[in-house]
Design a protein around this ligand. Structure first.
Ligand SMILES: [Zn+2]
Length: 405
């Protein structure tokens, strides 16, 4: 069986198990599907001859393939969940021989991917490409990584390739604040360095991510009958309005790109007595990130002075930090990644990712974890797609990293 067929077989098996995470749930993992997928992976890891295979009570799967030679212990991490963007949790992946033009994803529901709006398709004319049926994401984020890792282990074992120790971690709930990698037990995952395979197109390399915080502001007003409310009533919704007016309307996700940070108001709920405002802070620069947090605190002080009878509570929670806070370009794991791409003739396309990965968390916890491409495009969209040639290149990178560890 050739490597592409192996990848296809693995990817179809993992994508058939719905494993969307659910931000409203407080248990770990946040969905039953992630446990089911983890159980399947444990079975396969054992069949492949890995040791210390375990699924813990948080749904985190860890395993070790003991080395056949000395060298650096290398780790690979992928996430079990797919993102919830209000599309179906059920994924029906289909392989399409793409010959150019629009892609008909779903005849029955008339879902078409227009080539005019997706010029990135053009480069893959004549290739076999995985698409969803248009009712869901494809889930190459991150099941392409899972298939990549499991296929690599399969090849290493089948072809009896020499390797140093290899550690594997499959973590839940990455999409809702890297919850799984935060509780990953580092007594069970002990590589010298690791990789996530969680960015997009061929050649992508990421070791810069956002610093990220979630902010919640709770405002309690004062209710009164409008007939006698002058100087009495405090409307929490208008207090929230004053707060939002203190932020630069141009520092938002829709108005920024590249290495600019932003504020992102993500929720507002309110009534006559209470109002809650939710927002995200994102910034690549560590100092600017701290300044943004301070700015919010100052705003709240001003707001409180403006509305002395409102009760205003602020919560700021750090969610993840920039990998580059803990890593530099000449660190060995990054140099090895570039060398792997180079030896395979793949042009590296390094960029600062306007998001986070499990590597943001793991690097902060002491395991340098850069990130490379799955080969897919349009993560978090019904138009997510995965060309097989790029998918296979991503597998080749994994095999090369194992070889050179
Ligand atoms: Zn991902």
């Amino acid at each position: 069986m050739n490597y592409q067929d192996l990848l296809v077989e693995h990817f179809l098996r993992y994508s058939a198990i719905p494993s969307q995470s659910d931000a409203t749930v407080n248990t770990l993992p946040t969905s039953e599907g992630q446990l089911e997928l983890g159980r399947l992976l444990c079975t396969e890891l054992r069949q492949l001859g890995l040791e210390e295979v375990e699924q813990d009570s948080n749904g985190v799967v860890t395993a070790k393939l003991a080395g056949t030679r000395s060298g650096n212990a290398i780790g690979f991490c992928s996430h079990l969940d797919t993102v919830d963007v209000s599309l179906s949790p059920k994924i029906r992946a289909q392989l399409i021989d793409y010959q150019g033009g629009d892609v008909i994803l779903n005849v029955k529901e008339n879902i078409v991917m227009p080539a005019s709006e997706h010029p990135e398709l053009e480069a893959y004319k004549g290739q076999r490409i995985f698409f969803s049926d248009g009712t869901s994401v494809l889930g190459a984020d991150n099941k392409a990584a899972m298939a990549n890792i499991m296929t690599a282990l399969h090849i290493v074992q089948q072809e009896k390739r020499e390797h140093a120790d290899i550690y594997i971690a499959f973590v839940p709930d990455e999409e809702i604040g890297l919850r799984g990698s935060k509780v990953l037990d580092l007594n069970k995952f002990r590589p010298d360095y690791a990789y996530t395979i969680d960015s997009c197109a061929l050649g992508e390399v990421v070791y810069e991510t956002f610093n990220a915080a979630t902010v919640t502001i709770d405002i309690q007003g004062v209710t009164a009958h409008p007939m006698s409310s002058k100087g009495v009533l405090v409307n929490p919704i208008l207090v929230a309005h004053d707060l939002m007016a203190m932020f630069d309307r141009r520092q938002t996700p829709e108005c920024t790109a590249g290495k600019d940070g932003y504020w992102w108001f993500t929720g507002i709920t309110g009534d006559a007595l209470n109002c809650r405002v939710s927002m995200h802070i994102r910034d690549f620069d560590k100092d600017n990130y701290q300044k943004r947090k301070q700015y919010i605190k100052d705003c709240i002080d001003k707001l409180q002075a403006l509305h002395p009878r409102a009760v205003i509570k602020l919560q700021i929670e750090d969610v993840y930090e920039n990998i580059a806070n803990n890593v530099s370009a000449d660190d060995a794991p990054i140099a090895r990644l570039y060398a792997a791409l180079d030896s395979l003739g793949i042009k590296a396309r390094t960029y600062a990712m306007r998001g986070g990965t499990d590597g943001s968390c793991l690097s902060a916890r002491g395991i340098v974890t850069p990130n490379y491409f799955t080969g897919a495009h349009n993560f978090h969209s019904r138009f997510e797609f995965l060309p097989l040639e790029s998918f296979e290149k991503s597998l080749q990178v994994t095999l090369k990293l194992i070889e050179t560890a």
